[in-house]
Design a protein around this ligand. Structure first.
Ligand SMILES: Cc1cc2nc3c(=O)[nH]c(=O)nc-3n(C[C@H](O)[C@H](O)[C@H](O)COP(=O)(O)O)c2cc1C
Ligand code: SF4
Length: 653
């Protein structure tokens, strides 16, 4: 497949890009003392090496009142310049351009970090941060302009090729533009002209500071997607007025707000390319180059968007977090080698949500490019005979990495397909894309020279007979056999059995959820899709308690409610009793301690935890030269840790 459009050059202002792929701005938490770090340099450098034409950095703060996160780079300090220089020099050696995103987050900030009042157009708390801001006085607006300008000078002096002002989903500028957040009656509120005044002042201040020949663009929220907010029609008008100012060179786009954060980084429950109509709508009205971003994780889709004239640039954020070398692989026609992002949001946005450094479930090298990035894997000095038992994510990754290092690797799995628990998890409602994790790896395992043996459950004796140098046990975990009294009774099943379609289930089902994650909710939804009446009892405050950070909570609950699923939270389930057709659940409310009984149900489904499958490991312990235990058979966790441990082990053998 040729990608004529994707790999054609384009000019943004004075800057010529070699192709149309932009690594989109996103937080990393890699800053050190609010300064750019070496980790940033290697992180962005890896994507430049991987072929992206443009890198746009994470948002950098322009003012002390802008503290959305503890680790924002504070671009308003001149001390950022040497760090900026290191980053831009490093990126430039790979023939990529790099812009810096500048932002003030306005009401979408946390004053407890800065110990300053949060600033906003109106004293209205943001829905996530819930802190009442100070209504900005005109001199505050002037001050922010000066700080935008000062920061932009640092950006230019730091060697960046351009600057992007964040006017999108999380920004003071959007809050001025939107009737959702701007209730002012002075010259900064009311009419569109007034609401655009402060954002235009920010642009003017930056343009004046960086000069005419420095590329300057904005990232506009193309649709707030909320009643009373700005819609595409209004944003087209706003975009046209910004364009008419003659001060900007490109129009990057985002979508939504913190009311509907699940749309900003749509998960796998949001369609691929979900913002394409918005970009197309903006491009229709503008002459400036327009970006399109949102679940375009595939060069084929990217090419189509460009060929159809729906955008001029393709923004890829998670796609390149997951595979920094996607552009290069596409250009070389190696589509099967691309590690496609699956939109699970666990490693990237999920880790940001809990204030960790950025990661990716499929790419353990994120943030560790210096140690684990492209070109760091060295051939093993001594070639060993390696047996990996268990073909789930942990085993697959261990086998692949060991194979790449030149070891002689055999991978065994008792099932007829590689993938372990992922193959079951992907059967949950809307979770099929999760299976791409395995599809991504199968070819890579073959290319690493690993010999795969399916439908082979090895005994310890068989392994010892082979006399391997190394055994990696990755035998996974299973649902707990008896997590609660009565779990072994009639008509009681676990989620794995249900997703694998094994049991005959009645019509009225109770699902007991101690998981809080997709394991429970996607099973409940699948049952509802089959026409069953489903009630969920959970020990948590609410159903889907673990789904917030990945931004799956809102849509999951919406779908469950629309499908008639009912919930009881706060319950410690102590016993499952009764016969098939008349099952009863006994438990107590964890706050009132009052006992209750639910039922009758035809069947009960348990999502009450996993137990290790580690018999093989213990049987081999002390009997092989080098023995590793990785993934769920150490302690049942999520796929990110399985892949992490597989990767790390495969590298170290
Ligand atoms: C972890 C993470 C942090 C983000 N932080 C920012 C940010 O600082 N500024 C911004 O404009 N967009 C931010 N975004 C949004 C992305 O730029 C992009 O619009 C979004 O991820 C959808 O694109 P994708 O489907 O290619 O990932 C962030 C996205 C992720 C995944
Ligand atoms: S963690 Fe998941 S959603 Fe995030 S970049 Fe990696 S594969 Fe994509």
């Amino acid at each position: 497949m040729m990608f004529d459009y994707l790999f054609s050059p384009i000019k943004l202002g004075q800057v010529e890009l070699k192709n149309r792929i932009s690594f989109q701005p996103h937080l990393t938490n890699f800053a050190e003392h609010c300064m750019p770090s070496e980790r940033h340099m290697y992180y962005w450098g890896e994507r430049a090496k991987g072929g992206a034409g443009l890198i746009i950095t994470e948002e950098m703060s322009v003012h002390p009142t802008d503290t959305a996160y503890e680790k924002l780079v504070e671009a308003f300090h001149a001390e950022v310049i040497p760090g900026f220089r290191k980053i831009t020099d490093y990126v430039h050696q790979y023939d990529a351009k790099i812009f810096c995103q500048l932002n003030h987050n306005g009401q979408q900030c946390d004053g407890s970090i800065s110990r300053l009042p949060v600033w906003a157009p109106s004293p209205m708390p943001d829905v996530l941060f819930r802190e009442t801001p100070k209504e900005m006085e005109p001199e505050d607006i002037e001050e922010v302009c000066r700080y935008f300008a000062k920061s932009a000078v640092h950006v230019r002096e730091g060697g960046f090729d351009g600057v992007e002002l964040q006017f999108g989903h999380s920004s003071l500028a959007r809050q001025f533009l939107s009737p959702l957040t701007n209730f002012r009656s002075d010259e900064f509120g009311g009419s569109l002209e007034n609401r655009m005044r402060a954002p235009l002042m920010f642009i003017e201040a930056v343009r004046k500071a960086v000069g005419k020949d420095f590329t300057l663009g904005i990232r506009l929220c193309a649709d707030e997607m909320i009643p009373g907010g700005l819609d595409l029609g209004q944003i087209q008008e706003i975009g046209a007025r910004f364009e008419a100012s003659g001060l900007i060179d490109f129009m990057d786009l985002s979508i939504a707000t913190f009311y509907n954060l699940y749309l900003v980084e749509g998960s796998m429950h949001t369609p691929l390319g979900y913002t394409i109509p918005l970009a197309a709508g903006m491009r229709e009205k503008l002459k400036l180059p327009v970006f399109c971003t949102g679940r375009i994780n595939d060069p084929v889709m990217a090419e189509k968007v460009l060929a159809n004239g729906q955008a001029d640039m393709i923004g890829m954020c998670r796609a390149l977090i997951c595979d920094p070398f996607l552009p290069k692989k596409a250009q070389e026609g190696r589509l099967a080698d691309i590690r496609y992002c699956v939109g699970d949001n666990q490693g990237c946005i999920g880790r940001m949500g809990i204030n960790r450094t950025l990661g990716c479930i499929q790419n353990p090298a994120v943030g560790l490019e210096k140690e684990w990035g492209e070109g760091t894997l060295k051939p093993a000095p001594v070639k060993k005979k390696v047996m990996v038992v268990g073909g789930g994510p942990a085993g697959l990754w261990a086998a692949k990495m060991a194979g790449r290092r030149g070891h002689r690797v055999d991978l065994y799995d008792r099932n007829d397909n590689l993938g372990g628990q992922v193959l079951t998890a992907m059967k949950g409602a809307g979770r099929d894309e999760f299976g791409v994790i395995i599809r991504n790896e199968k070819d890579q395992v073959d290319k690493a020279g690993v010999k795969v043996h399916l439908q082979q459950e090895l005994t310890p004796e068989q392994i010892l007979k082979e006399n391997p140098d190394v055994v990696v046990v990755a035998t996974g975990s299973q649902p707990k056999s008896r997590p609660v009294g009565g779990a072994d009774g009639p008509a009681v099943f676990n989620v794995w059995q249900v997703l694998d379609g094994k049991p005959e289930l009645g019509e009225k089902i109770c699902l007991i959820d101690y998981d809080g994650h997709h394991r429970a909710t996607s099973t409940a939804e699948r049952l509802a899709d089959l026409g069953k009446t489903v009630h969920i009892i959970t020990s948590s405050l609410f159903v889907g308690a673990e789904l917030g950070p990945t931004q799956d909570l809102y849509l999951t609950r919406q779908r469950l409610l629309q499908k008639g699923v009912t919930f009881t939270p706060d319950i410690a389930v102590m016993e499952v009793g009764g016969e098939a057709g008349a099952k009863e659940i006994k438990g107590f409310n964890v706050y009132s301690n009052q006992w209750q009984t639910w039922g009758p149900f035809d069947s009960v489904v348990l999502a009450m935890g996993q137990q290790v499958d580690a018999d093989l490991y213990f049987a081999l312990k002390g009997k092989v030269k080098e023995l590793y235990r990785i993934g769920d058979c150490v302690a049942p966790r999520k796929v990110d840790m399985a892949i992490w441990e597989g990767h790390k082990t495969g590298r170290s053998i």
